[in-house]
Design a protein around this ligand. Sequence first.
Ligand code: ZN
Length: 377
Amino acid sequence: MTLSASERARYQRHLALPEIGAAGQEKLKAARVLVVGAGGLGSPAALYLAAAGCGTLGLLDCDRVEVSNLQRQVLFDTAGLERPKAEAGRERLASLNPEIRVVAHVVELKAANVRAVLADYDLVLDGSDRLATRYLVNDTCVILKRPLVSAAIYRFEGQVMTYVPERGPCYRCVFPQAADGMVANCAEAGVLGVLPGVLGTLQATEAIKLITGVGTPLLGRLLTYDALELRFTEFRVQRRRDCAVCGDAPSITEPRDPPPPQRALESDAGVRRLTPRALEALLDPAASMRPPLIDVRERWEFDTGHLPGAVNIPSSELPQRVGELPRSGGPVFICRSGGRSLRACTLALEAGVASPANLEGGMLAWAAQIDPTMPVA
Ligand SMILES: [Zn+2]
């Protein structure tokens, strides 16, 4: 795909970069990228990819523009209220760069349509705020062997990672099941408006790198961003041989809709609830009996920082490893913010563990109230 005179003029600053140049710009022109979710993340990602000359850009969203979106979804403006996001976004991107083709997908991704939608694209950016969509997109990218740049935001924090088939872990390797903390959506938890601007721009950066082949992609690394501390942190993550979709013997070989929501948390009668202060008292060296500590976070989270003596059994492995739990002694279950550990408590109760306890608020609460030096992933 050669560049026209008007394209050469538009992309001058790319052409001036030896690492990109005409060859890289032609690759961008030939690229077909799907942006899933025209929200806080999808807005900057799509704007920059359109500006950069990504030849075919798909924008997928089934929602309409609401006034509360405009605090962060910079693809839209007040005049576009009530319009389908994918349609309003397509017009904005086309006016930004008439050289490219923008395709609006006003659909909700489901197992039934995800293959057909993704089939037309070489690369996927996921900025969806729905957990079910996040897993569906990941699984389908693994199955169809499509690279995926995935990002998520929560309050003042965000994370991003890149998956390339055969070259590193997928999203499900890192989050085998819903991790607490990152799952509440923006409507419930609130989000700093500028936060997705940083993460969505990182997604576009990764996409441009993958398309042009420059630089080192974010493979096997989960990058987190804490806007309040203005700190980026990187976690090494590995492909799991037992990953349900990219592992050696995958159980997910076709896109599938998520199973019905997990058992409601009302069934936690019998679980003791410990505040960080109460746990601190139990762990006092002078206390007669220290309870066993079971940390159910994923290994990379555990390795970042954990309580002395804690045993790591990731919640994703707990159903298979329930036999390893101490039957007595009132084991205390710990996770990042208290959600996974509460589910682990109910599982332990069902398995006959006496008097399990949940650290309420998890390691985040522990770090906030007891030990500010404790690193929490
Ligand atoms: Zn995987």
